[in-house]
Design a protein around this ligand. Sequence first.
Ligand code: DC
Length: 226
Amino acid sequence: MNIPDIIIAIDGYSSTGKSSFAKIIANEFSFLYLDSGALYRGVTLFAIENGFINDNCEIDVPGLDKALEDIDLHFGEGGAYIGDRCIEAEIRSMAVADKVSPIATVPEVRNFVDRKLREFGAKKRVVMDGRDIGTTVFPNAELKIFMTADPLVRARRRADEMAAKGDSTELDTVLKNLQERDYIDSHREASPLSQAEDAIVLDNSYMTMDDQLQWLKNIISEKFGK
Ligand code: DC
């Protein structure tokens, strides 16, 4: 299936399978995949390691903002990097998951990430996933999808994913972290998670990846006539 040079924006709650879906789409249509959450997670790891956020999630905003001027955060082979250090494993840890939502409320951080994403997305043929791609980062994206799923289904998926990586955090803890993040992400002042008016909702609680890809292909056929 051929599709035109467009931007596909995928937003939605945590652990709805946005990144898995985005990767499948990128592979299917030879699009570039950009994981905006990885940039927020990368900034969070950087903030933890450099003392810009403490255990009570108090953030040294001016310090962090200044330090971001020099951070070389980018995507490379196997995921996100700071300089030549691959940080893909660390940014998926619970330590980062616990602090990423507070970090993502900081407008200076959001501006930093938005700038990077717009740079990366300038060439089109990208699929990007996050919380505010269709509303703030690329409000003119030609195709916007808003993903949702039952919270318990989502917690189970995330717990399984973590277990596969040797992290045996209990389902209850994962569910709690997910619900806390949903709340902070939807209630923050700067670009809260919300559905763009022209986004198409995908509830994938009981859908396989094949079901989702077929669903998308139908939409693309309807929208772009191919
Ligand atoms: O998609 P994820 O779970 O890796 O995202 C991690 C956090 O980053 C999430 O709790 C909210 C934040 N985020 C955001 O605020 N805006 C985005 N576009 C992407 C992620």
